[in-house]
Design a protein around this ligand. Structure first.
Ligand code: SF4
Length: 1004
């Protein structure tokens, strides 16, 4: 048998040479199979055949599907291996049983090495023995090991009834020759400009066994070098297989398709020294100032082409997925229909990542649940102190690598889960705020919400049972309901991969190892993506097809009106040989691809430039994402070198960000105007919203004591923290959590002492210790004041212990301070919905009074706990000579004292003090003379910072409270007027303020 080489110079998949070979075979009444490099090329070839009036009797296919179909009929009963089979078996062969109980790394197996072995076995197993022998000492021991393992892998596959692609390619020519009926079919290979060594060998051996026509449609210049290199490689393999090689006369060139003179001149000049093409507008350069401007620049060019009447435009890019993401919404908004196609590793699909992350985290949480001892740590402890110790150490030792369970939340938020988003948001907030969250609680929450989506409920059950393939299958209805084709493809790929992996390893694989193997298998499974977007029918202006250069290369010359070539920078479209381990090894084995990378790139570029009849636009960004200047790609430079003068150039800057980002390419219409905050005043609705928020009673704002306190400290800080607050996402063991825990302990201690009728120091210390320990011990239940205060580390654990010491020291320091007064009210709330309204400074107020101590005459001291270390000095009011000009530094306790008669009728306020609970406990504030004087000497070891009304030139405590209310009324009016300028009262006001780069900040 023979290899017959026929050539033309058209540079098409099916040029005159291939068409003649097909028609001659048909004339002999032989069916014809045309083997082309890709499915895209097959589609273009079928169109060419249809235009030539040839349809019946010709099959156009690619090597693997052709071989698969024939091997099923003529092979030895084994199946052609899929990528998933080869990779999964490679893990089994390389990792062996070590994978079953350990992590893949501990077995010395890594995805990169598995990739090398799987590629060698899948593509070259039949050629490896001879290639390794020929390479001799050129191979390192590691490379030789990789080849040995690849051959072991091929054997393992055969033992499973699976043949590698390489084995099928090797055996198929003989099998065909053994079946004369099959051998009748004429084989024509066409459109090849890039192939690997096993494909070259297949074609050579086919020529030797059943005969093959090699149709080479190669440009006579450098653009045809790749096709000629492939032809030479196939001829060499045919000769090695004892085929005669003959050359048919070259077919006459067909007339060039009608294209613009500039494009015709460009094709005549390119790769030949050039420099003579006159720009006439057929070739345009699009230059974006940076990546942000690129999509808009491309979309504008597409709109211009559509406006000019173009019906079909080819958009060629190395990254069709990214161009689809960024350009297609803009194009469809301009009435242009867009299609794209690319092949993507299944592991990169969004739904694959979400599903696997969900499965991994849910499995980890289930594993953590079986080890979790925190909720049982206090069981059997003899007393509260021992129980608290157990809980603290169990909490620090607990595995919380899953907390907060973000992967679970992300999956539940996706459309795949089928859950309403508000349910998931509430669940997420609850999980993230609970530092005592247990894995069992997460599993129970997930099972509970999953009842709202039957597929999700089934998926959760199957994940728990370890059936990940079933879990992926169970979710498919949700992907269908969401009309998410990509998600459906991802779930099918995951299911296939799980079946392949589980079929080999059973259900005993360590979950981490199982995920590693799955990810590796999925990374070698290609998923064809072909999304469409835009208007079709009468509203359609033109159709844009987004392709990569390899797929675009099969477009017949002169078959589209316009081509737009994107991303022509050296970084985005380089020409270089791959330098990975596989390619290095293949080079040493003599199995490198016959056509050099630069020859392949030139051939593809020529096809893209030859495709349009009307115009070619070439786009690049002048700066990259790091604002570094870019360099033109080699082929872009080649194109420019053909010109006498620079072609027409269109530019777009990055300064109009919203315009460049908008799908319509227009500045968004303003829906309102908010004056810049720098002026320090909100107006109209903004001011109204800031003050009123949701806390209103009728049209009267409800203001908290903390609001007023913060506003008086600094209006801007109030605006940032209170009027437009940003909620904390995660409970973070902050001062706020510490403060609320301390408040809770002090409240419970006070109530218990009150119930026992004694506040004696010894008893108080015992009760506080017990309450504190009890709160810590009960924290794992998620109830009580310590729920948000669970230590996750040794340093947090020491903070819990330290807080207990601080609170006991506060008791010591405070003992006997308020002579004749006894605690009566604890954490007394007021002004909240359901409670009587409380008015102050002309508005409704609400708040919580930490403690009220009362004497036998009904005189009351209002006490507010603070966690600072100032010994109370921070809360000592500034002195004043004139009450009317005095402004209280802290208004909270004064406000509480003023409203106390409304909150607890019958009580007469005589003191408004702050009790600090930090390292240096103390008291500060304002009180009637008798109360303040009673503290002198009684306050253990410290001078109290409680002053009398004289201090601010007031006649009575009542006058002080009245003045404070006046100041509060002014603050409320200022708030309502929208004044939010930065105006710090003192350095304390700025401490911990979230304002960024505030020029008024007082640092010390
Ligand atoms: S840093 Fe100080 S002045 Fe600036 S907003 Fe915050 S509190 Fe006000």
């Amino acid at each position: 048998m023979a290899l017959t080489v026929v050539r033309d110079t058209e540079g098409a998949v099916l040029g005159p040479a291939a068409l003649t070979a097909v028609t001659e075979a048909l004339a002999e009444h032989r069916p014809v199979t045309v083997i082309v490099p890709s499915m895209r090329a097959a589609l273009d070839a079928r169109r060419t055949l249809a235009r030539a009036g040839i349809g019946v009797g010709v099959d156009v296919t690619c090597p693997v599907p052709w071989a698969d179909a024939l091997w099923g009929r003529l092979g030895d009963g084994t199946a052609l291996a899929r990528g998933a089979d080869v990779t999964a078996t490679a893990w089994k062969v390389l990792g062996g049983n070590a994978l079953m109980d350990g992590r893949p790394e501990s077995a010395g197996v890594y995805p990169g090495y598995v990739d090398v072995v799987a590629t060698l076995a899948g593509t070259f197993s039949a050629q490896l023995p001879a290639a390794v022998a020929a390479a001799g000492d050129a191979l390192s021991p590691q490379q030789r090991d990789a080849c040995t393992m690849a051959l072991a892998l091929a054997d393992a596959l055969v033992a499973r009834g699976i043949s590698t692609r390489s084995r099928v390619f090797e055996e198929l020519p003989d099998a065909l020759a053994a079946h004369p009926g099959e051998a009748l079919c004429a084989l024509v290979a066409a459109g090849w400009e890039d192939l690997d060594a096993s494909q070259a060998r297949l074609f050579g051996r086919l020529a030797a066994r059943v005969g093959l026509t090699w149709a080479a449609s190669a440009h006579p210049g450098a653009a045809g070098d790749a096709a000629r290199a492939c032809e030479a490689a196939v001829a060499s393999e045919a000769a090695l297989a004892d085929a005669s090689v003959s050359e048919a006369p070259a077919r006459a060139a067909v007339p060039a398709p009608p294209r613009s003179p500039e494009l015709q001149a460009l094709l005549g000049s390119v790769f030949g020294g050039g420099g003579a093409v006159e720009p006439t507008g057929s070739v345009r350069l699009l230059e974006a100032a940076g990546p942000e401007a690129e999509p808009e620049l491309v979309a504008r060019e597409l709109a211009r082409l559509a406006e000019a009447g173009a019906e079909r435009v080819l958009l060629v890019t190395r990254d069709p997925r990214e161009v689809w993401r960024t350009v297609s919404p803009k194009a469809s908004n301009r009435g242009i229909a867009v299609r794209a196609s690319w092949v993507e590793p299944a592991s990169d699909l969004r739904a694959t990542r979400q599903f696997l992350a969900f499965v991994e985290q849910l499995s980890a949480i289930a594993a953590a649940a079986s080890q979790w001892r925190l909720d049982r740590a206090a069981e059997g402890a003899p007393d509260a102190a021992a129980a608290a110790e157990e809980v603290l150490s169990a909490s620090v030792e607990a595995d919380r690598s899953w907390w907060p369970p973000r992967a679970v939340t992300d999956f539940l938020l996706s459309e795949l889960s089928g859950l309403p988003r508000d349910i998931v948001f509430s669940l997420d907030a609850a999980w993230r705020q609970n530092r005592a969250l247990s894995p069992a609680a997460v599993l129970s929450d997930v099972a509970r919400v999953a009842t709202q989506s039957e597929p999700l409920a089934r998926t959760v059950e199957l994940v728990a049972a370890g059936d990940w393939a079933g879990a992926a299958r169970a979710l498919r209805p949700n992907a269908q309901t969401a009309r998410d084709r990509e998600a459906h493809q991802a779930l099918c790929a995951v299911e296939d991969a799980c079946v392949a992996v589980d079929g080999l390893f059973g259900d005993g694989l360590d979950p981490h190892a199982r995920l590693t193997v799955l990810a590796s298998v999925l990374s070698r499974m290609g998923v064809a993506r072909s999304p469409e977007r835009g208007r079709y029918g009468e509203a359609q202006r033109c159709t844009v097809e987004i392709l990569d250069p390899a797929r675009a290369a099969s477009t017949p010359p002169g078959s589209v009106e316009d081509v737009l070539l994107c991303g022509q920078t050296a970084a985005e479209d380089p020409i270089s040989a791959p330098h990975d381990a596989v390619h290095g090894l293949l080079g040493l084995l003599g199995l490198a691809r016959p056509a050099a990378p630069d020859a392949v790139a030139r051939a593809r570029a020529w096809h893209v430039w030859a495709a349009p009849t009307h115009g070619l636009a070439v786009e690049r960004s002048l700066r990259d994402a790091s604002a570094e200047a870019t360099h033109p790609s080699p082929l872009f430079a080649e194109l420019l070198s053909c010109y006498r003068e620079r072609p027409e150039t269109v530019t777009l800057g990055e300064e109009r960000v919203s315009k460049n980002l908008s799908p319509q390419g227009r500045e968004p219409e303003p829906s309102g105007f908010v004056p810049p905050l720098e002026v320090g005043t909100l107006s109209g609705r903004a001011a109204h919203l800031a003050v009123m928020r949701s806390d209103v009673a009728g049209d009267v704002p409800v203001v908290s004591a903390t609001d007023l306190e913060t506003y008086l400290g600094c209006p801007r800080r109030w605006f940032l923290e209170r009027a437009v607050p940003a909620d904390r996402l995660d409970a973070d063991f902050s001062g706020l959590d510490r403060g609320s825990f301390a408040h809770g302990v002090l409240e419970r201690t006070g109530r218990e002492l009150q119930a026992q009728g004694s506040f004696e120091r010894g008893l108080a210390g015992d009760v506080l210790s017990r309450v504190f320990d009890g709160a810590v011990a009960s924290a794992p239940t998620g109830q009580g004041p310590a729920a948000g205060f669970m230590p996750h580390s040794v340093s947090e654990e020491s903070q819990v212990r330290h807080l207990k010491d601080q609170l006991l020291a506060t008791l010591d320091r405070n003992e006997g301070s308020f002579v004749g007064f006894t605690p009566r009210l604890f954490e007394q709330t007021f002004g909240n919905p359901g409670q009587d309204p409380v008015t102050y400074a002309g508005v409704r107020v609400r708040g919580t009074i930490d403690r009220v101590d009362v004497d036998a005459r009904g005189r009351a001291a209002v006490i507010d706990y603070k966690s600072g270390n100032s010994g109370g000095s921070r809360y000592r009011p500034e002195a004043a000579d004139d009450l009317s000009s005095w402004v209280p530094g802290n208004i909270q306790a004064l406000l509480y004292a003023r409203v106390l008669p409304q909150v607890a009728p019958g009580l007469d306020p005589v003191a408004a003090v702050y009790l600090t609970t930090g390292d240096d406990p103390g008291v500060g504030g304002m009180a009637e003379r008798g109360f303040a004087e009673s503290m002198e000497g009684a306050y253990r070891g410290k001078t109290p910072n409680v002053v009398t009304p004289d201090h601010v030139a007031a006649a009575s405590f009542e006058d002080v409270l009245a003045r404070a209310e006046e100041v509060a009324a002014e603050a409320v009016a200022s708030m309502a007027a929208g004044h939010v300028e930065p105006r710090p009262r003192d350095r304390w006001a700025c401490m911990g303020c979230p304002a960024v780069a505030c020029e008024k900040r007082i640092d010390r």
